[in-house]
Design a binder for this molecule. Structure first.
Ligand code: ADP
Ligand code: ADP
Ligand code: ZN
Length: 221
């Protein structure tokens, strides 16, 4: 199954994409993660993306769309993928339709996770990320077993540069202006499901699981 995850920064897209992957094996593709890896490796892509990411602005469409088009050609997404952080504006949503048209694929389900702004700010300010494997933690809501160390790979946890209060505000504004129209874009297609993301990760996942079952005609268990 091919899934698009929508929702503001901090809604829990990455957290839930990992859970879907663990159960169903559909590969999460996070454009933010791709940029952070490129940045850590100091590649030209990383250096180009850096200024936009640090400001909380969107990286230009042609760059992002090229990356996603290449990524969707890799064999590990043949049986399914979960897009997290893409598409983020109408141009990208239309570009994705075109990519899929060319490859004969389609989006089966669009999951829109909604969370109020106050909760988003709390989640983003306490978020910690593993330098090595990219896993997400939260100081209060999902703390690692050992402070500062990733449960999965033992890597060092760090706070993303763009998770500071000022940049968070910009990102939330950018989401509202540019990404919210993407929700309306998918709405008439009948594939869009909005889910309340304020419960615990388990509660949110239960709703997502039900949505996947529904979209697959009850075949996924
Ligand atoms: P996104 O990918 O949408 O930006 P993340 O999955 O990175 O969001 O989650 C943001 C932060 O909130 C992380 O620190 C994560 O551990 C935490 N988090 C995710 N889902 C929940 C939840 N349901 N309740 C509380 N905290 C959550
Ligand atoms: P979030 O926690 O907001 O979901 P991401 O990890 O998805 O954060 O994205 C971090 C940053 O990477 C964004 O603020 C933006 O600069 C850049 N980025 C990620 N995905 C895209 C995209 N589809 N289009 C443009 N920029 C993107
Ligand atoms: Zn790790």
């Amino acid at each position: 199954m091919n899934i698009v995850m929508l929702g503001p920064p901090g809604a829990g897209k990455g957290t839930q994409a990992e859970r879907i992957f663990a159960q169903f094996g559909w590969k999460p593709i996070s454009t933010g993660d791709i940029f952070r890896v490129a940045l850590a490796e100091g590649t030209p892509l990383g250096l180009e993306a850096k200024k936009y990411m640090e400001a909380g602005e969107l990286v230009p469409d042609d760059i992002v769309e090229g990356i996603v088009a290449d990524r969707l050609k890799k064999p590990d997404v043949k049986d399914g993928f979960i897009l997290d952080g893409f598409p983020r504006n109408l141009h990208q949503a239309k570009a994705l339709d075109k990519m899929l048209e060319e490859s004969g694929g389609k989006i089966d389900l669009v999951i829109n996770i909604t969370v109020d702004t106050e909760t988003l700010v709390k989640r983003l300010s306490g978020r910690r990320v593993c330098r090595k494997c990219g896993a997400n933690f939260h100081l209060l809501f999902n703390p690692p077993a050992v402070e500062g160390i990733c449960d999965h790979c033992g890597g060092e946890l760090y706070q993303r540069e763009d998770d500071n209060e000022e940049t968070v505000r910009t990102r939330l504004k950018v989401y509202e202006e540019l990404s919210e129209p993407v929700v309306s874009y998918y709405n008439p297609s009948g594939r869009l499901l909005s889910i309340d993301g304020t419960g615990t990760p388990d509660e949110v996942y239960m709703e997502i699981h039900a949505a996947i079952e529904l979209a697959s005609g009850g075949a996924a268990v």
